[in-house]
Design a protein around this ligand. Sequence first.
Ligand code: ZN
Length: 479
Amino acid sequence: MLRLLRLFWRIMLRMAARLWLLFFIGAAVHGGLRTWSWTYLLGAGALGCCYVSGASLNDIADESIDRINLPDNKDRPLVAGDATRSELAALAAVSAAVALLGAALLGPVGTGLIAVGLLIGVTYSMSPLRLSRGTFAPPLILGIGYVLLSYGLGAVVAGGSIGERDLVAAALFTLYLGRINLKDFRDRVGDAKYGRRPLLLRFGKRTACIVSGVCLLAGDVLLSSALRPSVLILVLLQLYVGAIAFTLVRLFKATNDRFEQAAIALGARMGDGLLLLVLAYLVMIALDAPGTEIAILCCAIAGASGLTLLASLSAEPKLVVDDLYKEAVLDHYRSPRNKRALSRATVSFSRSNPYCGDEVTVHVQVGDGALQEVAFEGQGCSISQASASMMTEAVKGRAVAVAMQLAESFKRMTAGQTDADQRSLGELVAMKGVVRYPARVKCAVLAWDVLQATLARAAPPAGSALGKVSLADSHRGRV
Ligand code: ZN
């Protein structure tokens, strides 16, 4: 029993604080929180139990995928070996019962909301529906389950009914969509392996970042027009939005998983600060607090977030890709070599890496069995583009067979199968650091894959004549 309680608390801690913020915002919008009432505790408790029930089921359903995405994560008791599946199932059932019991004391609407939340928990993770597997359904479902439900329950407890001011809920829902979309960055290796198709894997990193940015802006507009706050509060809100946008840009530019996760975590912290600011503002308004007091409290919250931002930026993870070579990668990314079209190309070939949104086209001019000229075009993350740039320098002027060999050596190195051999690979050993980031290996080898495919078309093995590849063929070669 004690074990179950500990498990309950551990899962609750993952998300409960954010749900409660939303719950109290819902209450504050509807004029609640002026006086304290036990019903708030009851509502928050029911909400927490509802979350634990759904999260426990999700842990059971996603055990194998979590083992890949969240290895030795203390947050996932099943993966960490601290709980069994049957214990989690028991926890889900008990939490659901307690949630319903608590909600029953809040009246029929509250009971209905918690029942919907529990239903979402089951259909999201469990067969036959398993709504977590789609591209667009999961964020919408989670947005309803987390944001609208928490907010709605808060509104119910405060005795409110739906009205114009509930534009706040739409704003928070939109902001949440932008946030949850970024969860896929953490999960992409396991998601890819298990055939999940979240937005990131379907449309690439650029699109995922743009979608989150659009949600942030739309949420900002909705929130500002719903709250109609004083100029000072409006400015503070915009500072938060600016800080979150800043972390999005950092995420987009991040060259490895640790930088990406650091950017996402910082953005989430700024998002939490934004929620706290909104809650404090609404509560102060509900209490008819004087303007100066509202201003002092809100500035204090924003100031604390500002300090968090500064502290995180100064303590940001250092690039562990062997630092000696890091500069080479950055240099190729900032000033790529041979990045242009090639009118005399014997053959051109394009390929993309959907895991990250990278695109690379390689143009090769082959003559006398050697690569007379090599150029590339493309877009994507720094690893993919730097690798393409390095590739063109490494193979230019070399015999086709040598270039093919080099491609194989490079791929073996990034797969961790051989040690980096500086004599044969030269500057390319700068890329060996990606071995530690399985998700980025695809970025690094993309250009080499395309080169091999290009050469296979430009210089077919003995038996078929060289130079027969026409422009039409090269276009057909595009994938
Ligand atoms: Zn990439």
